[in-house]
Design a protein around this ligand. Structure first.
Ligand code: CUA
Length: 327
């Protein structure tokens, strides 16, 4: 005896599907768009591939779901006994060949387009409208991004670049760290930062502006706080910024504190996962602070391992100024 049709279950499934479709509209409105943004030529290539795959799968979806609905209506029960059997068909060589060949051709088509587009996504151009390609070292760390520029200057979480110049990124993570993933969707695809391995990617910001990004590989308790952004500026502005960035300054100190310390100790040093910083004895002692940053302690990762003396001096001065007094 076949099971009775569960109309209530069917109705619930259909209602949930309808609700999901309604909410999709809201999600799209919130994101402002239904497709990946493209502020760089390689991100444009990724977006083109997105449209191709969405188009092909969209057509397949409509055909398959259309046929499904047609068959549900056309061959409905019509009062026959639920135990009645339909005609038994066994084997149909031509039909089987067709439904094997068509998916193979569809996949071959998608692969062809992908390989056609791939050089434009992977290969970094030698120069852009505003100048030649520039290399930046990218280090993923628990829980911040550290950028090293051609002149040796360093920045934390904020990557400042000249617009309309190809930026070649050499992406890695220190041997004692974990895997992260550098991702600024508007500029390029994800690239993993893996301890002991060096990966490469690139982008060329088409216009000045701020491009938001986020670590895209779960890397520990403060993964969600591991934000980054690219600030693209005119070439001249970049040159003077990167020259300034070579000197010990309160600006670098604050940038380092907000990127490397604040996710665990709080923006006001109030303490979240890490202890509160106000009046902390280590802060008043540069040598102890240097050792703590270089080696970590307990749950604290060695955030300052490998930092330049200038970075350390900038941070030490900033911490002293902000938190040493009043303890
Ligand atoms: Cu770094 Cu997630």
């Amino acid at each position: 005896m076949p099971a009775p049709v569960r109309r209530k279950l069917l109705f619930a499934c259909l209602s949930l599907t309808a609700l999901a479709l309604v909410l999709t509209g809201t999600a799209l409105a919130g994101a402002g768009r239904a497709y990946p943004p493209a502020g760089s030529p390689n991100a444009g290539g990724i977006r083109d591939l997105y449209w191709v795959v969405l188009g092909v799968t969209g057509v397949i979806f409509v055909i398959v779901e259309g046929a499904l609905i047609l068959f549900v209506v056309r061959f409905r029960n019509r009062g026959r006994a639920r135990s009645a059997e339909g005609p038994q068909i066994r084997g149909h060589t031509r039909l089987e060949l067709i439904w094997t060949a068509i998916p193979v051709l569809i996949l071959a088509g998608i692969i062809t387009v992908v390989f056609y587009k791939l050089p434009g996504i992977k290969d970094v151009p030698a120069a852009g409208a505003a100048g030649p390609k520039m290399t930046v070292q990218v280090e993923g760390r628990q829980f911040y991004w550290r950028y090293t520029y051609p002149n040796g200057a360093v920045s934390i979480n904020e990557l400042v670049v000249p617009a309309q110049r190809p930026i070649y990124l050499v992406v890695t993570a220190p041997s004692f760290d974990v895997i992260h993933s550098w991702w600024v969707p508007e500029l390029a695809g994800k690239m993993d930062a893996i301890p002991g391995k060096t990966n490469h990617t690139w982008f060329e910001a088409q216009s000045p502006g701020i491009y938001q990004g986020q670590c895209a590989e779960f890397c520990g308790i403060e993964h969600a706080m591991m934000l980054t952004h690219v600030r693209a500026v005119p070439n001249g502005e970049y040159e003077s910024w990167v020259a300034r960035q070579l000197h010990v300054s309160a600006n670098i100190g604050r940038m380092t504190f907000e990127g490397a310390c604040a996710p665990c100790h709080g923006l006001q040093g109030e303490g979240i996962i890490g202890p509160a910083l106000k009046g902390n004895a280590t802060i008043a002692n540069p040598e102890q602070l240097r050792k703590l940053l270089a080696n970590g302690k307990g749950k604290m990762p060695p955030v300052g391992n490998g930092w330049t003396p200038k970075e350390l001096a900038s941070l030490t001065a900033y911490l002293k100024q902000e938190f040493a007094g009043g303890g």
